[in-house]
Design a protein. Sequence first.
Length: 389
Amino acid sequence: MENLSEKEINNKPENSSTLHEEPKANAPALENDGKKTKTNDVMAKNEDAEVSKKKQKKKRRRIVILILLAILIAVILNAVFAVRNLFESIHAPVDTIDLRDVEDQFVLGEDPFSLLIIGNDRYGDGRLRERYHPGEGYLEVYDDEFPGSADVVMLVTVNPTENTTYVLSIPREVRLNIFGYDVEDRLTSAYFWGGPSTLINTVQQFLNIPIDFYIELEMLGFMSLIDAIGGISLYNDHLEFEQWGYDFPLGELELTGSQAMGYVRMRREDPDDDLGRQLRQRDVIGALVNELISPTAVTHHQEIFGIVATYVTTDLRFSEMVSVAADYNAALSNIVNLYLTGSYRSIDGWRYIVISASERNQISNRLREHLELDAVELEEEEVELDDED
């Protein structure tokens, strides 16, 4: 080996060995940085994918919610249109006198109003039945040829200010003047003489109360509604009796449509006579209404709609019914029962209930006050009694 001179040794760069070894020293660091960069890229991609998945999940959830909401809206609209169509099909205006003066006209949704509930005893099944014919007594006629008579008559007044509803059951055998026919007869026969319009006008004339709306239900529909909802439950605290082959003991009763009709029809064996019948009618109607507004009734809505369309008529329009349900809900939940009391009399060989003028005045003015109308004075009706009375 050739020996280096001192000069050459002195001229050799001090860091020459270090400079040549630097790349080897930094190689692992660069390698690690590359791995870190790749790892960060992978993590960033994973995070982006996760965010994308979450966004897609939220988007799918929103779509599902929108679809469900659209279905719900469609169901609600379908139900609304079904109810609207139902009320249009049963809407039947009647020609009646208007007892409200100009200053007494009411605004539905704000003011008190009145309603007459009519239960028509025409079954419409074509069977031969014994029917009462005005002036001729009881005759055998085919039911589908019989115009019917009013088996149930209830006058209802609703006051949204007092949040009360008055319900007056008018006995079917009350003797009064039949409007438009100049004849004295039972209230139940007013329907026979001229249908719902004659009955409404007769009640208005008898009590001097304006009737703003009416609802009529045929008794066959009454039974069908009870059967459609699976029957009704009520508590019999009146008396134990038998009717139409059915036994009605005291206590809790489960009734079918036919049994419920037998329960309300019995009258002769009741010591309270027609008043006892009215009490039982209210119990059955109350039990039926409770079932119809219960959530379980929804499962029978098609059958219920069919029965209503067949057996119910009213002059209430759909919008008016909505207003009654929405604006008078509190008042309809607070019911006060009223009664007309009279005495049985035999007139021309027929049995009637005679109501005194003082009794009519008392009930009339109480209802008029509830309707926020001025008091009136009704005249005494002359009644000729048979010799035995």
